[in-house]
Design a protein around this ligand. Structure first.
Ligand code: ATP
Length: 430
């Protein structure tokens, strides 16, 4: 380690099977360059002599199987080399999954369906990314199923999605998200509406299974399911539900022995439950840090990344031209429910929202649902189970004129008129 690398950076020489971990300070940028040897960032290979830029708050590990030297420039909060990483165990997990894919190919069966679970901040998303990148580097086409509604790697927060992975994640910007399948959940914790959460998990499982029937590569590639860090009570039940909906073959439990034992006890015996250690490099993120990264994800949706800028549109939408719904009526005591109705029904009910000032800053999903007839009692069918085609943010509401101003990725008019409100707000500072 020492100064003197090209461009005024600090040079780090890494032995084989070690990693350089660094965090970027708030408001700063850090440039990384691979000088010699081979290295990867969460499974994606680095190109030699290319400058990679990481923005504020990034927490990165540059791992090398063979040894390498890299240069870092810019302000890092920490930067150190660690020899103690679980990468060999993660590689073994990948090798076992690849064997399952080979066998699936031979026997005309389906490839492995893997669920990655564990409490918050154990590196679940990172392990998913690693396994997906290794699989795609071998020519596989695995599917990422993103059930983490707080920190989605695919779409904006408050959504559940699936994405066919065709290339390793971009070192700086993550997955290339062309044509993901996205469902509206509406909040950043599954507990807000666990019934809806489980229903959407089943929807995704169904669509994935259909795709596997039509597409042999997708079937052999299997899927890697990223889950939420809520592993107790209904959160745990949601994991069991997911395992059964997707008919998973493998569960990778990160870091928590109790969860491992519970799942071993409760899942069918043919499901392989494996306990893996978490990496010492995974950084605990504060509430603020999580909020910031959620905000950043929404900003990226509208404004793009460093390499590609998007130019969103602002326009007025008349209240009379759209129908806005919230999913789930507030729960009321059982004794007050109409005869024959259960609490479950209220959680999956579409409740019409009358636009008012309090709609300002809310993110709304634009539903792909058919805009047909309304059913009995004004309840529209199919909206819950329909994917979304995009998102808008309400930037202003004029109740006098009966219009709202929205920020939209595409120019007017809106492609569809059924809008679903999220608990999530985004304040557009541009
Ligand atoms: P959550 O439950 O909140 O979704 P998680 O368990 O999925 O969290 P990750 O998002 O994978 O955890 O990791 C948390 C943070 O730690 C991320 O910013 C990631 O980039 C960073 N990180 C993961 N592994 C390492 C490592 N080996 N060295 C440095 N940073 C790492």
């Amino acid at each position: 380690v020492g100064p003197g690398a090209g461009g005024g950076g600090t040079r780090f020489d890494l032995e084989k099977e070690t990693e350089l971990r660094f965090e970027v300070e708030t408001g700063e940028k850090v440039h990384l360059e691979l000088l010699t040897g081979l290295a990867e960032v969460f499974g994606s290979e680095l190109n030699r002599n290319k400058k990679y830029t990481f923005g504020p708050g990034s927490k990165i590990a540059v791992f090398t199987w063979q040894g390498c030297s890299v240069s870092l420039s810019g302000k890092t909060e920490v930067a150190y080399i660690s020899k103690d990483t679980p990468m060999l165990l993660y590689l073994n997990a990948h090798t076992a999954l690849e064997q399952m894919r080979r066998q699936a190919e031979r026997d005309n069966e389906r490839g492995p369906r893997v669920m990655v679970v564990g409490p918050t901040d154990v590196g679940k998303s990172t392990v998913c990314r690693l396994l997906l990148s290794y699989a795609v580097r071998l020519g596989r086409r695995p599917t990422l199923v993103e059930l983490d509604v707080a920190q989605s790697g695919v779409s904006v927060p408050g959504t559940m999605s699936a994405l066919c992975i065709e290339r390793p994640a971009d070192v700086e910007e993550g997955y290339s998200v062309q044509a993901p399948l996205v469902y509206h959940f509406g909040s950043t914790t599954p507990g807000t509406n666990i019934k809806l959460y489980n229903k959407l998990t089943s929807c995704l499982a169904e669509v994935f299974s259909q795709r596997c029937e039509e597409n042999r590569k997708a079937s052999v590639g299997g899927c890697i399911i990223n889950t939420c860090g809520w592993v107790k009570g209904s959160g745990y039940q949601a994991l069991v539900h997911c395992a059964s909906a997707f008919q998973v073959d493998v569960v990778l439990v990160l870091d928590q022995e109790r969860l491992y034992n519970e799942l071993k006890r409760d899942l069918p015996h043919f499901v392989r439950v494996v306990l893996l250690p978490k990496s010492g490099g995974v950084v605990e993120r504060s509430k603020d840090c999580r909020r910031e990264s959620r905000d950043e994800k929404i900003r990226e949706y509208f404004y793009g990344f460093r390499s590609v800028s998007f130019f969103p549109h602002a326009f007025d939408v008349r209240f009379s031209d759209v129908r806005i719904y919230k999913i789930g009526a507030p729960s009321i005591p059982d004794s007050c429910l109409p005869l024959g109705m259960s609490q479950d029904d209220t959680q999956l009910k579409l409740v019409p929202v009358t636009p008012g000032r309090d709609l300002t800053h809310h993110v709304l999903s634009v539903s792909c649902a058919d805009e047909g007839e309304e059913g009995a009692g004004g309840v529209r069918r199919g909206v819950l189970e329909s994917p979304v085609c995009g998102f808008i943010v309400v930037t202003n509401v004029d109740t006098q004129a009966q219009v709202m101003t929205v920020l939209s990725p595409a120019p007017r008019p809106l492609p569809r008129h059924t809008l679903l409100i999220m608990d999530i707000r985004f304040i557009d500072l541009k």
